[in-house]
Design a protein around this ligand. Structure first.
Ligand code: AHR
Length: 620
C-alpha cells in the first residue's frame, strides 16, 4: 500500500518534471507503477550502449509494474551528474548508471547510494558504495583476442593491427592491456596500434584508406568493436588486400552486427560482450524486494564466435531452460580447517547442498594441494555432475583441470581463484574480491591512523596468509596499491602465518625476540592470525587495539567481539557463506543456464561504530 502510494506521488511529481525534462516520457497509468527505475546512460550513440538500452527495455516490459526513465549524458560527466540529480528529483526507486568517467561519478554514486540502491554497469566506480556492479571483463576480452591472433597466424610471423576505441576510454584501455600483455612474449610479432576517436565504422574505413601503410604486412586485425571491424573490412576490400583476418568485439545478433558479419564471412571472429541489461532489471527487482543473496559484482562471460560455432552459439542463445535433473552429484574439494572462516564456509556449503537436494561429496585437503588434486581425480572417476574447487594455492592446476574438462565435468571455483593457461578450464568463480579487501584495509589505516609527520612514518607489520594462496597474494596487492598513495606509511615487517591463530602468534613472538616493539599497526590477512597476534602482544604487556592498532580481514564473531572489547580496531569482511549462491549456480547450470564469469560477494567494513548491530546475528 505504502509502495503504491509512493509510486503514485512519484508519478505525479514526474508527470510534471519529466514532461519538461525528458520529452516523450510520461506515465499514462501512474497508479500501476510499482517501481520507477532511473537509467543514466553515458551516451546514446555507441551501438553497445544502444543495445544495453534495448535489453533493459525488453526485460522491463516483462514486469508490468516497472517503469524506466532514461537520460543521455552525451559522454559529458557534468551532464551525467546533472542527469542523476534530475532522476532523483523524479523520485526514482533505484538508479542504474553506466558512468562516462569513473573518477568523477564515484562520489555522486556514493551519495545516491545513501538513499536508494544503485546498480553500476559496464565500468565500475571506486570503492564499494553501490549495490551491484554488472559488466564484462575487458582484460579477458583482450586476452581472448590475443589467443585468436596466435591461432590465426598459426606459427607464421606477421603484422597485427590493433584498432582501439577513443583514447580516454577505460574499456578500450583495459582491452588493449589484456591483448598486449598476452602477446608480449611473442616478440616476433609486429604489433601496431591505432585509435579511432568516435569508434565508428566509417571513421575506421576512412582512416585506413587514408593511412594505407598501417596495413602493410598485416595478417590479423583486432578491432575493439564489430563496427570498427566492419570499417576495416570495407577498407581492405577497397584497397584490394587479401588474406587479412579480422576479429571484432560485441557479438550482437543483427544482420549487420558481429554475428551477422561472421555468418557472411566479412569478419572471422567476434568476441561477445554482453550488455547485462536483462540481469540489471532482474537484480533491480531482487534488490527492491529485499531478496537475499544479491552479489556485489556480476562479471559476464565473453565467448569467441567464428563461422564454425556461430549456429551452435545462436541456438544456445535461444535455448529454453529445462528443469534440473532429479539427482545432482557434486564433488567438493575444500582447502582445510585452518580458520574459523573456513569452518563457516564448509558448513554453509554443506547445509545449502542439503537445502537444494544436491548430493555433496566432501574432501578436506588439510592445506595440501597434492591431496586436493587426488580428491579431484576421485571425483572425476566417480563421474560427478560438477566439481566445486576451493584451491589451496593459485597455480599448478592445469593438468588435473584438463582431465576434468576431457571428462566433461564442469568445475566451479569457490572462494579462491587460480592462474591457468586456458581460462576455459573452469566455468565460473564465486567469492570475494581479495584485492579490494586489501585496498579497504589500507584506506581505513590512512583515514584512522594519522602519520602526523611521525619520523619514519606509521610502521606496519603484515601477517600474510598461506604463501601462493590467492587471498594472500591479492590482499597484499590491494593494500600496497593504496599504500603507494600515502607517503607517511610503510610495511616494515611481513611474514606468512598460514592463516592460522598459531601462525599470527608466532610471528609476533619471533619479532619480539629480536626487536623492541616499534610497530604502530598490525595488518593481518585474516582474523585468526590477528587474534593470535593480539594474544602474544598482551602476554608481552602491549595492549592490542590501544598501543598498536589491529586490522584484519574476515569478520568472524571472535574478531567482532575483540572490536567491542577494544582489542581490535577494524575488520574488513570476507563473506564465507557462499553455499546458497554456489548451489543456485549449480542448479542453474544443470538447467542449461549460462553462468557469469565471476560472482563477487557483498562485504562490509566493521569498526566499533557498527559492530554491535551485526554481532547478534553472526553465526560464525
Ligand atoms: O580464502 C579465504 C581465506 O582463507 C580467509 O580469509 C581465511 O580465514 C581462510 O582461511
Amino acid at each position: 500500500m505504502r509502495k503504491r502510494m509512493r509510486g503514485f506521488l512519484a508519478a505525479l511529481l514526474c508527470a510534471a518534471v519529466l514532461l519538461s525534462l525528458f520529452p516523450g516520457c510520461s506515465r499514462q497509468e501512474p497508479e500501476k507503477v510499482e517501481y520507477l527505475i532511473g537509467v543514466s546512460q553515458a551516451n546514446m550513440r555507441e551501438s553497445w550502449r544502444l543495445a544495453l538500452i534495448r535489453e533493459l527495455k525488453e526485460e522491463a516490459a516483462k514486469h508490468p509494474g516497472v517503469r524506466l526513465i532514461f537520460t543521455d549524458a552525451t559522454q559529458n560527466s557534468d551532464k551525467q551528474i546533472a542527469d542523476i540529480r534530475r532522476l532523483l528529483a523524479c523520485g526514482v526507486d533505484l538508479l542504474i548508471v553506466s558512468p562516462c568517467d569513473v573518477k568523477k561519478i564515484t562520489p555522486v554514486v556514493s551519495g545516491v547510494y545513501k538513499s536508494i540502491p544503485v546498480i553500476v554497469m559496464d565500468r565500475v566506480v571506486e570503492g564499494y558504495d553501490y549495490s551491484l556492479f554488472i559488466g564484462p571483463d575487458n582484460r579477458s576480452i583482450g586476452k581472448q583476442a590475443g589467443e585468436s591472433v596466435l591461432r590465426m597466424l598459426d606459427g607464421i610471423p606477421g603484422g597485427v593491427l590493433e584498432i582501439c576505441g577513443s583514447t580516454g576510454s577505460q574499456t578500450s584501455a583495459e582491452r588493449s592491456e589484456g591483448f598486449q600483455s598476452f602477446l608480449k612474449p611473442y616478440r616476433q610479432l609486429d604489433i601496431r596500434k591505432i585509435s579511432i576517436e568516435n569508434e565508428s565504422r566509417d571513421s575506421t574505413e576512412d582512416y585506413l584508406l587514408a593511412n594505407r601503410e598501417k596495413l602493410n604486412g598485416v595478417r590479423v586485425i583486432f578491432a575493439h568493436n564489430d563496427y570498427m571491424a566492419l570499417g576495416a573490412c570495407r577498407a581492405i576490400e577497397k584497397l584490394g588486400l587479401k588474406n587479412i583476418r579480422i576479429i571484432g568485439v560485441d557479438g550482437f545478433t543483427g544482420e549487420n552486427d558481429g554475428i551477422g558479419l561472421v555468418r557472411k564471412g566479412m569478419i572471422d571472429e567476434t568476441i561477445t560482450c554482453p550488455t547485462g541489461g536483462r540481469e540489471a532489471i532482474q537484480f533491480s527487482l531482487d534488490i527492491l524486494r529485499n531478496v537475499a543473496g544479491v552479489p556485489k559484482q556480476e562479471i559476464l562471460h565473453s565467448h569467441k564466435v567464428t563461422k564454425e560455432n556461430v549456429d551452435a552459439f545462436v541456438e544456445n542463445l535461444n535455448k529454453p531452460q529445462t528443469a534440473p535433473p532429479q539427482t545432482i552429484r557434486v564433488g567438493y574439494a575444500q582447502v582445510g580447517t585452518e580458520s574459523a572462516w573456513r569452518l563457516a564456509n564448509t558448513e554453509s556449503i554443506q547445509s545449502a547442498a542439503k537445502e537444494f537436494g544436491i548430493q555433496l561429496f566432501y574432501e578436506n585437503a588439510d592445506q595440501s594441494q597434492q591431496r586436493q588434486i587426488q580428491a579431484l581425480r576421485k571425483f572425476i572417476a566417480m563421474k560427478v555432475d560438477a566439481i566445486v574447487l576451493s584451491p589451496v594455492i593459485d597455480s599448478g592446476w592445469d593438468e588435473v583441470l584438463r582431465e576434468a574438462k576431457e571428462a566433461g565435468i564442469p568445475v566451479i571455483l569457490s572462494d579462491r581463484e587460480i592462474t591457468v593457461k586456458d581460462d576455459d578450464m573452469f566455468l565460473t568463480f564465486i567469492g570475494a574480491d581479495f584485492v579490494e579487501e586489501g585496498r579497504r584495509a589500507m584506506r581505513w589505516i590512512a583515514q584512522n591512523v594519522p602519520s602526523g609527520g611521525k619520523k619514519g612514518g606509521v610502521r606496519i607489520m603484515e601477517l600474510q596468509g598461506t604463501v601462493g594462496a590467492s587471498p594472500a597474494v591479492e590482499r597484499t596487492v590491494g593494500f600496497e596499491e593504496i599504500l603507494k598513495e600515502y607517503s607517511g606509511y610503510q610495511i616494515v615487517y611481513s611474514r606468512s602465518g598460514d592463516f592460522t591463530y598459531d601462525g599470527g602468534k608466532r610471528i609476533v613472538e619471533e619479532y619480539l625476540k629480536n626487536h623492541k616493539w616499534d610497530i604502530d599497526v598490525v595488518y593481518a590477512h585474516n582474523d585468526d592470525m590477528a587474534l593470535g597476534a593480539a594474544e602474544a602482544l598482551e602476554k608481552n604487556g602491549i595492549a592490542p587495539g590501544k598501543d598498536v592498532k589491529i586490522i584484519s580481514i574476515d569478520g568472524t564473531k571472535n574478531a567482532l567481539n575483540a572490536i567491542l572489547k577494544g582489542k581490535m580496531n577494524c575488520v574488513v569482511e570476507c563473506n564465507p557463506l557462499l553455499g546458497p549462491q554456489l548451489m543456485k549456480a549449480i542448479t542453474d547450470l544443470m538447467s542449461g543456464k549460462e553462468l557469469p564469469l565471476r560472482i563477487i560477494t557483498d562485504e562490509k567494513v566493521f569498526t566499533k561504530e557498527n559492530t554491535e548491530e551485526t554481532i547478534q546475528s553472526r553465526k560464525y
